[in-house]
Design a protein around this ligand. Structure first.
Ligand code: APR
Length: 263
């Protein structure tokens, strides 16, 4: 990554009034949470993540799919936010208005101090009844899952006794309307959008940076690999989120560990 690119991006970020930070699976990768494009291991080895994350897969084999989400939730609980997550929270603290819009179903942004990330694809921590949609609390404390994973039948809803399902958006399902509306409004009104760790391939989420770009916002992309968003990004910072984000915040505002100056 050229230093001049970071400096250029930092100058844009430092001047922006309304900032959207749009994140995908690559944001969580350095915390040890695998991306959807990584090969699965253990019990899940024979499957592709895209084949497990569907309503059809859950209907066909609820214990397989529920077990996979239990295993993922356990992995997320063991994971810690990295320097890039902290840098995102630092941007929120410094920019006049900033919001995180994430496709991730983990809670690493929250745990790094981001105020209220918009979860476009739901959350691992919000299961609900598959029939009556009653929310079901996740028990506190990590249920330890074996490293290789295991099949686990989903619990039953206390109200209607249908299967409880993960509170995530599966392929073929609609995104939660309030989250999508907030994301679309923020994208349409921001002057800078920072896209981090997303392949930009999965719609409608991938529309968010496209909308911002179309309406004239500056787009900065952080990703070690090229993506379809290269074409709309004003600056492409090629590298991993945990390195590039702290460097960007440092270049925009100085020491990211210091609280912002008031006044
Ligand atoms: N830092 C930044 N980016 C990274 C890193 C890293 N350390 N490691 C990987 N990446 C990039 C990859 O190059 C890739 O472009 O993160 C991206 C991950 O892409 P996907 O796995 O497709 O994840 P995402 O874009 O979030 O997918 C969108 O589709 O897979 C489903 O529902 C799932 O929310 C997800 C959605």
């Amino acid at each position: 990554m050229a230093k001049s690119d970071t400096a250029e991006a930092a100058a844009m970020l430092g001047q922006a009034r309304r900032v959207v930070i749009f994140t995908g699976a690559g944001m969580s990768a350095e915390s040890g949470v695998p991306t959807f494009r990584d090969a699965l291991t253990g019990l899940w080895q024979r499957y592709d993540a895209h084949a497990l994350a569907t309503p059809e897969a859950f209907r066909a084999d609820p214990a397989l799919v529920w077990g996979w989400y239990e295993w993922r939730r356990c992995a997320v609980r063991r994971a810690q936010p990295h320097e890039g997550h902290l840098a995102v929270a630092a941007i929120e603290a410094r920019a006049p208005h900033a919001v995180v819009i994430t496709q991730n179903v983990d809670d690493l942004h929250e745990r790094a101090g981001s105020a209220a990330p918009v979860h476009l694809h739901g959350s691992l921590f919000a299961p609900r009844c598959s029939a009556c949609a009653q929310p079901v609390p996740v028990p506190d404390g990590a249920a330890e899952e074996p490293d290789e994973g295991r099949r686990t039948p989903p619990p039953r809803c206390a109200y209607c006794s249908a299967s409880v399902r993960p509170g995530v958006v599966w392929f073929g399902e609609a995104l939660p309307q309030p989250a999508l509306e907030t994301a679309a409004e923020e994208a349409a009104s921001c002057d800078l959008l920072l896209t981090v760790g997303t392949s930009g391939l999965v719609y409608p989420a991938a529309e968010i940076p496209q909308v911002a770009a179309r309406l004239g916002a500056t787009v900065i992309q952080i990703n070690p690999r090229p993506t379809p968003l290269d074409a709309v990004a004003d600056v492409n910072l090629r590298g991993p989120a945990a390195q590039v984000l702290p460097a960007l915040v440092q270049a925009a505002w100085g020491d990211a560990d210091q609280p912002p100056q008031s006044g």
